[in-house]
Design a protein around this ligand. Structure first.
Ligand code: PGA
Length: 263
């Protein structure tokens, strides 16, 4: 795991955009894994800014997979808080990526029992995810794999914790309006992406960051499973990095990084 302490959310956005653009330049038909939440938004805006300025690569041939989706929203295809609508609004529309290039778990009530395996098959058919954006919950969740999730889990339905519903209430009217169920890629699914790019910002993430990066690998902190992946980049602002014991070492490693190596 490469932990990269950076100076600000703006600096993180630029580094994350560089990573994604490099993948798409190298492989125009790249498969991008997308996350919702507040954390990736500066990176998404930076990608759109560069695209609109004619500086970015073409996204015409990419395929995207969303990490998760709420279950139980009315009219999920168009509900403004559905993750399908959120990703379109915050990123893919701005990059000229068509809706049919973007996949998400299917929350239709009648087909929920098979939604997980169908989504796994779609990802496999696309050849797997090249670069996956990730955030982290204040309770250590990864996508919507809440504490206690199997470290080998696959895409399936999960029940959100009260803490996560509280954290996400800002997007709705109140915690009661946040759906209690979601479809989420499993931890085992996420581990199959070739490069994982986790971003954490703000002091509310400091404990979860210290736990997943320096604590034991345990289902009690689902993001700690990233310690088992060979290519993880963790981009942190100073507040999110504040609880790390090896912070000075991570800074030293990044400062001394060979130019040819990249992230
Ligand atoms: P956030 O959510 O980016 O809105 O903090 C992250 C997450 O819950 O995984």
């Amino acid at each position: 795991m490469e932990v990269v302490p950076l100076g600000s959310a703006a600096e993180i956005a630029a580094v994350a955009a560089d990573v994604v653009e490099a993948v798409v330049r190298r492989k125009p038909a790249a498969v991008l894994g997308l996350a919702t939440g507040s954390t990736p938004l500066p990176a998404y805006r930076e990608l759109i800014r560069r695209h609109e300025a004619g500086l970015g690569p073409s996204y015409a041939a990419v395929t995207c997979f969303n990490l998760d989706e709420y279950v139980g929203l009315p009219e999920p295809e168009i509900h403004e808080q559905s993750y399908r609508a959120t990703i379109a609004r915050e990123l893919t529309d701005g990059l000229g990526i068509r809706p049919d290039q973007v996949n998400g778990p299917d929350p239709s009530p009648d087909s929920l029992p098979t939604a997980g395996e169908r989504y796994e098959a779609l990802i496999a058919r696309a050849g797997g995810v090249d670069v996956q954006f990730l955030g982290i919950g204040s309770d250590g969740h990864l996508a919507f794999n809440e504490p206690g999730s199997s470290l080998a889990s696959r895409t399936r339905i999960k029940t959100l914790t009260a803490q996560t519903r509280k954290d996400n209430a800002r997007f709705f009217g109140s915690p009661d309006e946040v759906p209690s169920h979601v479809l989420t890629q499993g931890l085992g699914t996420i581990l199959e992406a070739r490069h994982l790019l986790l971003i954490a910002t703000g002091e509310g993430k400091a404990d979860a960051v210290a736990a997943f990066a320096e604590g034991p690998v345990t289902a009690s902190c689902p993001a700690s499973v990233l310690q088992l992946h060979p290519h993880v980049t963790v981009l942190l602002d100073p507040a999110a990095a504040a609880g790390l014991n090896r912070l000075a070492y991570y800074r030293e490693v990044y400062a001394a990084k060979p130019a040819w190596q990249g992230l």
